[in-house]
Design a protein around this ligand. Structure first.
Ligand SMILES: *Cc1c(COP(=O)(O)O)cnc(C)c1O
Length: 373
């Protein structure tokens, strides 16, 4: 079935107890054991498994076309759990412009724990081949990347990972499984902050790892979920599942408006550069055309001048909201460098825009008045 159908029907069916077409929220932490000691419905204790979490994981698994989805309390908890499934002294490759929170996690937490990480520009495939070591277990890519919207060739990197005996993990948060089927393209695992487009309404945090095939690493990630417990609550799973039902329509609308705004900004005299993979002059445009069906609702722009000029534009918006995060119904604008860690390489004149569901002309009019002439 196609994504629109899976998004609606991929979670649960009609509730068998009541006929409700939307599943109730199961808050119980514990489930009854039969006289023979069994749990006939498969639920025992809510950290190990919960019907709302199962429904959410099932929906994600079918949308991304995987064999197993494992849900977590945030995108960061998903990344943490995946890294906890490795062993000290294992080596991983990660993008130099990786989501800053994940970069911080690798350096500050897992560095001390003994995990070795090499950060590199994943758009240069030759670099990846050279950086692989005998103990490289994972190659992590993020495409499009946040906030520079760089594009990595998933198929090519998956060939390198296979040769190296490493798993390829693709952060698919920005594209979503609607615009980019990373497991079909050769990634072994897809990882998401469901906080963004999948939840889609700016009101729920979550994360998920989806595996293409069943293997020992997927089982270890599942064990981290069960044993360490960084799980989403039943209500959070319910909200995220509700969000997924409209994901295909939302992300296509956001991608259409995103392209219109990227084109508008690219022609604006006060803008130095626009980072958006849908623009023909983007260095990754050809690859994006091959691996994405549209280019998403996230873009960034460099304001001519510097930090002060960029801050001034953000200060003048009326319809956009100055806030971090992306993927919700409301359009957001953010001076990115000042929310990232000190010493970040994100340019000081960069504004990141998350396109919501408002009318494109209204958003452009807001940018027009904020940019001035
Ligand atoms: C937001 C984000 C994360 C982290 O997710 P949280 O839910 O905020 O913990 C990871 N990767 C990317 C690409 C993100 O945008």
């Amino acid at each position: 079935m196609e994504s629109e159908t899976t998004a609606v029907h991929g979670g649960t069916g009609v509730d068998p107890a009541t006929g409700a077409i939307i599943s109730p929220i199961y808050l119980a932490t514990t489930f009854e054991r039969q006289p023979d000691g069994n749990y006939p419905l498969g639920y025992e204790y809510s950290r190990q498994g919960n019907p709302n979490r199962d429904a959410f994981e099932n929906a994600l698994c079918s949308l991304e076309k995987g064999t197993r989805a494992i849900a977590f309390s945030s995108g960061s908890a998903a990344m943490m759990s995946m890294l906890l499934a490795l062993s000290p002294k294992d080596h991983i490759l990660a993008p130099a412009d990786m989501y800053f929170g994940n970069r911080q996690m690798l350096r500050e937490i897992f560095g001390r724990w003994g995990l070795k990480a090499t950060f590199l520009d994943m758009t240069k495939v030759g670099n990846i081949e050279k950086a692989v070591r005998s103990n490289t277990r994972l190659i992590i890519i993020e495409t499009p990347s946040n906030p520079l919207l760089k594009i990595t060739d998933i198929k090519t990197v998956s060939d390198i990972a296979q040769m190296a005996g490493a798993y390829l993990v693709c952060d698919n948060t920005i594209a979503t499984p609607i615009l980019q089927k990373v497991l079909d393209l050769g990634a072994d695992f897809s990882i998401h902050a469901t906080t963004k487009y999948l939840g889609g309404h700016g009101d729920v945090m979550g994360g998920v790892v989806i595996g293409r095939k069943e293997n020992e690493f997927a089982q270890r990630i599942k064990m981290v979920q069960k044993v360490c417990g960084p799980i989403p609550s039943p209500f959070e799973c319910w909200l995220a599942l509700r969000g997924i039902q409209t994901l295909p329509q939302r992300i296509r609308a956001q991608a259409e408006t995103g392209l219109a705004i990227a084109r508008y900004l690219a022609n604006h005299p006060r803008i130095e550069k626009v980072h958006y993979p849908g623009l023909a002059d983007h260095p990754g445009h050809k690859i994006a055309q091959r691996q994405m069906s549209a280019y998403g609702g996230l873009l960034s722009a460099l304001v001519i001048g510097g930090r002060d000029q960029a801050m001034a534009v953000a200060a003048r918006v009326k319809l956009f909201t100055r806030a971090t995060s992306f993927g919700g119904t409301h359009s957001l604008i953010e001076h990115r460098a000042s929310v990232e860690e000190p010493g970040t390489k994100t340019p000081q004149n960069l504004l990141r825009l998350s396109i919501g569901l408002e009318n494109a002309d209204d958003l452009i009019a807001d940018l027009e008045q904020a940019l001035g002439t």
